[in-house]
Design a protein around this ligand. Structure first.
Ligand code: SF4
Length: 376
């Protein structure tokens, strides 16, 4: 790491970009803390309409999320960095394999939060050593609107699916932010290159886009499988197919992805065990086995019960009667969330067996599970 103090802002920015590239980032840009454009009214409408669902922290942090100057008044520049995680195969192929579970591309390897954060911290240390000032580092879970800031810093534009799209890296960029008290030269924002394309809107299985550039998270499979804590609303279950953690559909169809596969392997390789796991084996995970299988991955944060709930929805959608035995076994699971999903899966896969059990079994102690029996 270089330690010579670089005083010229342009030279400092160039050196910063070189440092970021050496640490694996594919794209770097700089914007101002007040450059969020119309992201604030968009976000306020999203919250006011309840489209954030259970994600209460989004509403709770709205003031600082929508204004980086509230988050950190001393910040003068925001450095946005992107890392390409384009997959080495088509993530939509597994959707045809109904006895397998589809885990979103970003979650098939080591937890990117950790990977990105450690590298952002290294760059931030380099910046302080080279140019002085104070810094703060943010990645994903922080109260920062990374996508509009990244667009403002010229990394790409927010596509009709609301995610960042880059002409060089498609829809596959992890984003991170470094706030600094230094005045660095700002980049020009990227302009929208979606044109007349609406592939991402058309492919969405749950119709989660009320309009281009607007997402209702409550309908999005990524939200439903990762963030939503209770039973998944019944209307969405058949539409989930075998997506058990996240959904890549709107990202994967973006035509700008054609350049994104280059250079991903060394940085964010998928674990073989998470590329195409069978629903049968996933349904048998107890808490210890779940933690072992998903150690150091993003999936681990969902917890075993929520994850097995998702697996049972996929089992119900599999059309594979051989998987009914897994659903039946989970009717006795300690978690009401899992038992309720098992009821739905079994009723969908084996209606006759389900009817027989409905007559024989003692009513479940939990009201939410009794509701599933009544509705099935
Ligand atoms: Fe729709 Fe999937 Fe995109 Fe969510 S991630 S908006 S469910 S296509």
């Amino acid at each position: 790491m270089r330690t010579t103090l670089v005083v010229d802002a342009v030279a400092l920015k160039d050196a910063l970009a070189a440092e970021a590239r050496a640490l694996g980032f594919d794209v770097v840009g700089v914007t101002r803390p007040d450059a969020l454009g119309d992201a604030k009214p968009y976000f306020e409408r999203f919250i006011a309409q309840g489209q954030h669902g259970d994600m209460d922290w989004l509403a709770a942090t709205a003031a600082r999320r929508t204004d980086p100057q509230v988050l950190w008044p001393e910040a003068r520049s925001v450095i946005m960095l992107g890392m390409n995680y384009g997959p080495d195969r088509d993530p939509l192929d597994i959707l045809k394999e109904r006895a397998l579970g589809a885990i979103s591309v970003y979650a098939q390897g080591d937890d990117y939060h950790e990977l990105i954060k450690s590298r952002l911290k290294a760059i931030a240390r380099w910046l302080v050593a080279s140019g002085g000032g104070d810094v703060k580092v943010f990645v994903d879970t922080a109260a920062v609107m990374e996508k509009p800031l990244a667009a403002s810093a010229g990394l790409g534009w927010q596509g009709k699916h609301t995610n960042l799209v880059s002409r060089r890296h498609g829809s596959w960029l992890f984003l991170g932010a470094i706030f600094t008290t230094l005045e660095l030269p700002a980049d020009l924002p990227e302009i929208d290159h979606c044109g007349s394309c609406h592939a991402c809107l058309d492919i969405c299985p749950t119709r989660a886009f009320p309009a281009p550039y607007r997402l209702d998270a409550r309908r999005c499979i990524s939200y439903l499988t990762i963030e939503h804590k209770g039973p998944i609303p019944r209307e969405f279950r058949p539409l989930m197919g075998n997506r058990i953690y996240g959904c890549d559909d709107c990202l994967a169809v973006c035509p700008w992805n054609k350049y994104a596969a280059v250079g991903r392997e060394a940085k964010l390789a998928a674990r073989e065990a998470l590329r195409a796991p069978t629903l049968a084996e996933l349904s048998r995970l107890d808490d210890a086995a779940f933690r072992a299988l998903f150690a150091k991955t993003a999936v681990k944060r969902a917890g075993r019960d929520r994850f097995v709930r998702n697996v049972l929805i996929a089992i119900g959608n599999s059309g594979d009667a051989a998987l009914a035995v897994e659903a039946e076994r989970l009717l006795d699971d300690p978690s009401p969330l899992v038992r309720g999903a098992a009821v739905w899966a079994l009723a969908r896969l084996e209606p006759q067996r389900f009817a027989l059990l409905a007559e024989k079994l003692v009513p479940d102690a939990d009201q939410s599970v009794r509701d599933e029996w009544a509705a099935a």
